[in-house]
Each structure stands twice: as structure tokens, then as C-alpha cells.
Design a protein around this ligand. Sequence first.
Ligand code: URA
Length: 376
Amino acid sequence: MLQIDKKQKFDVLVNSVNQCELCVRMRGRCKVLSERNGSLDSKVVFIGEAPGRLGADRTQTPFCGDQAGKNFERLLSLAGLSRTEVFITNTVLCNPRDEKGNNAPPTLEETRNCSLHLSLVLDIIHPELVVTLGQWALKALSTIAPHSIDLHRDVRKPAKWAGYVVLPVYHPGPRAVLHRSITNQFGDFYVLSDILGGRERSRTGIQKRQLPLLDVFQPSVGQKVIFRIVRQLGEVSKFKLAKLLYLLDWRQVRTTGDLLTGFYYIFQKNGPLATSLSLALDEMEGHELRFRWRGGQPIYATGQDIRVAMGLTLDTEKVIDDLVRECQALTDFQIKTKAYLTDPIRDILRRQKAGERMLNHPIFEGRIPAKPNEPE
Ligand code: URA
């Protein structure tokens, strides 16, 4: 298909999508399909779940502006790919929300309503590879043509579907690590890189399998908070840092009703953990942070290459500094105990004692009210 032809077809599709009112709960919401989704000449189309409330619904660019977007961009760069050479879309093109205003998964009916849009996108681009990100994208494919791909069983195995090659991987949202470790997610994107001819790409000098450093470092609030903590302490173990972040956010939830860092916390064997902590640290390592092992423990200290301003508001810095001062002298055991004495962890421990399986349980679930229009 000639490029001009593709562009015309795409414009017609975008126009018709913009007039769509099929899904009642998404009427009036922005439709995330435009040239911002990527290149019509792309060899690969990624299919996510739905635009996020704090991400694509605000930025009108899929996987952009929220934690899922950050994770995705990082995985993409691992595969040696940039946004401009791929095309990214979603199972549904608008942001579905529950009655409290939080992100919600699309329903099967909504997925069916949007399946014509998805199938036309695939027809126009006709990619060599379709990468499904999570369960809903696989469901979306099955509303176009049947398949028997099972995410759990078939993850990172290329499969044939409706004349395309499909690579199923997990959704890169903050909860993904509940189902698939970060290491395995990295592995999935290495496979993707290989399928797309990664070895050729590296020989021709195109970036491949670089450490996941983006060209421009745009620290999240969580990363700025980490930086402040490390700077105040000089150095800190990852173990202690994880607890400090949790304690800080719990304090903030009680005073302002919301998290300070924007991290997503789950309960693990060693207590509370922000699911994207490792990613956030990796991104800063060798720059804002220095890493080393001490007595088998990962330790972080302030680095020499501070790429952008890492400042927060004075109020936020004071909240961090107060907590750091309070916890400075605590040993790992003592800070873990302090975290275990907070209400959310006590609740979890109580339920665990009563026989419930609480490993990986979200910690702040039900404790943070939704704020529909608040940017991340
Ligand atoms: N942003 C998107 O565009 N899609 C998702 O599935 C999640 C976040």
C-alpha cells in the first residue's frame, strides 16, 4: 500500500472513531487514536488495554504520562525501539472508569464495540508483528478472529493469528509484577527484539539491548523522593529505602489522603514494597545514584551525574526530611518493625493470620480516594 493511501485510510478511520458514541460510560471522553500513536509504516503494532486516566486520557498518546507508560517506554528501549518506529494502540480507544472515577478494565461489550477500529488499524498498517500487552489485548484479538493463545501458557511465544504473527506479553502496568517478574518482562522484550531482527539492527549500529536509559531523563516524583532520601542519608540500603518510602506515603495518605510518590505498594515477604522501585533505581544508577553491594545487601549512595533538577516543593522536602531524621538511626530490623506497626500492614497481618493469602496484596487498596482530574 502506498504511504499516501495508508495515510488517507487512517485519516478516515480517525474521523469515524472521533464520532463513535457506542460505549455509554465513555461518551464524551477523548479517543486516543491519531498520529501520536506512532508510524503507519511500523513493523510492529502494540496493543494495550485502554488509555489510563492519568496517562493517555490526558496526553492523548498511548502509554504516556503514567506509570504504565514509563514501564512500557523502558521495555521498548530495551528492545532497541523508539516510539517513532512503532505503532501503539489499545483494546478500547477511550478511558473506562468505574463509578468512583478510577481506571477500570473494558467490558467485553466495549471490547467488541471497538474491535472494528482495531481490525482496521491492523489492516492499514499490516505489521510483521502484533504484540499484545496483557489479557485484554488477547481478548480484543479474539473478537476479530478466534485464537487459542493463553497468556500464562504462551507468553513470549510467537503464534499465528489471522495472517499475522502475534507475540503475547504481560501488560506493563504497575501491577504486572504480581504476575510476571521484572526480569521476565525484560526477557520478553529481548525476545521481541530478536524477532524484529535485533542482531541485524545492532550490526547496523541501531541501538540494541542498551541499558534502559531513555535519552532524556524525566524523573518521576517517586524518583525525586528517592534522591532526596539518599542525599539526606548519604547512603541507604534498598531494604531500608523501601520501608522509608512506604512510611512516607502512609504518613501522606493520613494527612492529605493521597500518596506522595505515586508508587504502587504490595505486601511481600520482607514487608511493603513499591512495585516499580527497582526500575526507578536502575534508571538513576550511574547518574544520580551510585550502587554497590555491602554484606550481600544492595546499597545506594548519591551519584556524581545529576542530569536534571531533582528538587521538590519546600513542603514536600520538609515532610521527607522529618521522616528521614526520625528513622536515620533505625536498624533494618527496627524500621521493618515500624512499618509493621502501621494500620495497613497490621490489617494484612491479621488477615494472613486468619488464613488469607496476602503475599503480593495491594497495600493501599481502598485507602486512597479517586481524584479524577488530578494529573500524576
Ligand atoms: N496506557 C495505555 O495507553 N494503555 C494501557 O493499557 C495502559 C496505559
